[in-house]
Ligand binder design. Structure first.
Ligand SMILES: NC(=O)c1ccc[n+]([C@@H]2O[C@H](COP(=O)([O-])OP(=O)(O)OC[C@H]3O[C@@H](n4cnc5c(N)ncnc54)[C@H](O)[C@@H]3O)[C@@H](O)[C@H]2O)c1
Length: 395
């Protein structure tokens, strides 16, 4: 025990400082990049959610010698993060906006500055590069599935290395499976403040995301049922120990229904007939289209809508059952009061894949034959080893 409290120094930190200091893999990568300078004399143009976890990535690339020119994604730019980055010498284009045209002009500006490398999130930058190609682009990375789907048919026009982070197995199990499952339990409890124990939870969709959601609710002492249109996925859920009754039975028994499919209109007005009184509906799929909110509200089955604080809406049906909807069907783990999203460690892993992939592109370790391909296995292995070394290190 310190006998002289006056000797204790104290300081304070922001949430961004906390996140940055918790990104231990990126911190280690940053220290290495400070010596190795893989991006010396290179500019990286990027469009990605500007929030604390991406700030940790950006500062890592900057430490590796990169000049950065960054803009956010539509609507997700956090002003505190922008200020934090600007204070540290990062060029940030634009600001938070819901206006797609305004955002599009920010993206144009990034590509017009002709960066050597592009870090893309949804294919917006590479699409613009195809429209306005320039000498000197080495290649880059794409974070998402949706970006991969957009860019894969355009390989002939890109002809540069583009590594797709989402297609790494590490991203699939660390983020989609474990982190989304965990943050979905955390978010639904934060939204509703209701117990998970002994509740009947139906998860619709048993891909990497639905598997994690189902497992985490089982760990939270819920009784979990799984529905999937694919019989093979349903069989897997059954062998994993989940209940797999017919869909209507799965809906009728649920206290909480979570969609995790990536598909449209998974829950519609036709399903209202089956739902229990007091059921809670939520979605974790990327687009807010899995629960057909507009169709349900136009169905003529609702007597009254109560909008509570914190994005909880209750539909009082004409037969007096009450159905609660969280975040109006937007991704529940990124919505509601003080949304934190997925765990820092899962994003630290994903962003370390980003940093290593950009390093491989910058060093010429990959070429045009690696246009819109998954993360090379040796980078997956390198990142896995780094994480394991960190967690094995004695405290
Ligand atoms: N919220 C987040 O933080 C987060 C993170 C990662 C992925 N996602 C999103 O989660 C969604 C699912 O991703 P995934 O990787 O698990 O996809 P996936 O393709 O691996 O799995 C989807 C599953 O849903 C099933 N399915 C499709 N339509 C269905 C329907 N109408 N009814 C029942 N089952 C149906 C498919 O058969 C498949 O098994 C995507 O939209 C993805 O973008 C969200």
């Amino acid at each position: 025990m310190n006998e002289n409290p006056a000797d204790i120094k104290s300081s304070s930190g922001t949430r961004i400082d906390w996140v940055d200091s918790s990104c231990r893999l990126l911190q280690a990568t940053r220290a290495e990049f400070a010596d190795t300078q893989p991006f010396s004399n290179l500019t990286i143009g990027m469009s990605i959610h500007l929030e604390p976890k991406t700030a940790a990535l950006i500062l890592t690339l900057h430490q590796g010698g990169a000049k950065i020119i960054a803009t956010g994604n539509l609507n997700s730019t956090q002003p505190e993060t922008v200020a934090y980055l600007k204070d540290r010498g990062i060029t940030v284009v634009g600001h938070q906006t819901k206006d797609a045209n305004v955002h599009s002009a920010f993206l144009d500006q990034i590509v017009a500055s002709q960066p050597d490398l592009l870090l893309d999130n949804g294919g917006d930058l590479f699409i613009r590069y195809i429209d306005h190609p320039y000498e000197g682009l080495i290649g880059g990375t794409e974070e998402t599935t949706s970006g991969r789907m957009r860019l894969a048919p355009l390989r002939e026009q890109i002809q540069k290395p583009v590594l797709v982070i989402n297609d790494s197995p590490i991203k699939q199990f660390a983020e989609n499976h474990h982190a989304v499952g965990q943050s979905t339990v955390e978010s639904i409890m934060r939204f509703t403040n209701r117990v998970t124990n002994g509740r009947r939870v139906t998860v619709i969709g048993y891909g990497s995301t639905g598997k994690g959601v189902a497992a985490h609710f089982r760990n939270a002492f819920s009784v979990v049922t799984v529905v999937d249109t694919n019989p093979v996925a349903t069989l897997q859920a059954n062998l994993d120990g989940f209940l797999t009754p017919e869909r209507t039975h799965a809906l009728a028994t649920a206290d909480l229904i979570i969609t995790a499919t990536g598909a449209r209109n998974v829950l519609t007005a036709d399903d209202l007939a089956y739902l229990k009184d007091e059921v809670v509906l939520a979605n974790v799929g990327h687009f807010p289209q899995e629960i057909d909110v507009a169709g349900i509200e136009a169905s003529g089955q609702i007597e009254n809508i109560v909008a509570y604080d914190d994005e909880i809406v209750t539909w009082q049906l004409k037969d007096e059952r009450r159905v609660h909807l969280l975040a109006r069907g937007h991704m529940v783990n990124l919505a509601g009061p003080r949304p934190l999203g997925n765990s820092i460690e899962s994003m630290d892993l994903g962003f370390t894949l980003q940093a290593r992939c950009l390093e491989a592109v910058a060093r010429g370790d990959v070429g045009p034959q690696h246009c819109v391909v998954p993360v090379p296995p040796e980078i997956d292995a390198q990142v896995a080893i780094s994480y394991l070394e960190l967690v094995r290190a004695p405290n």
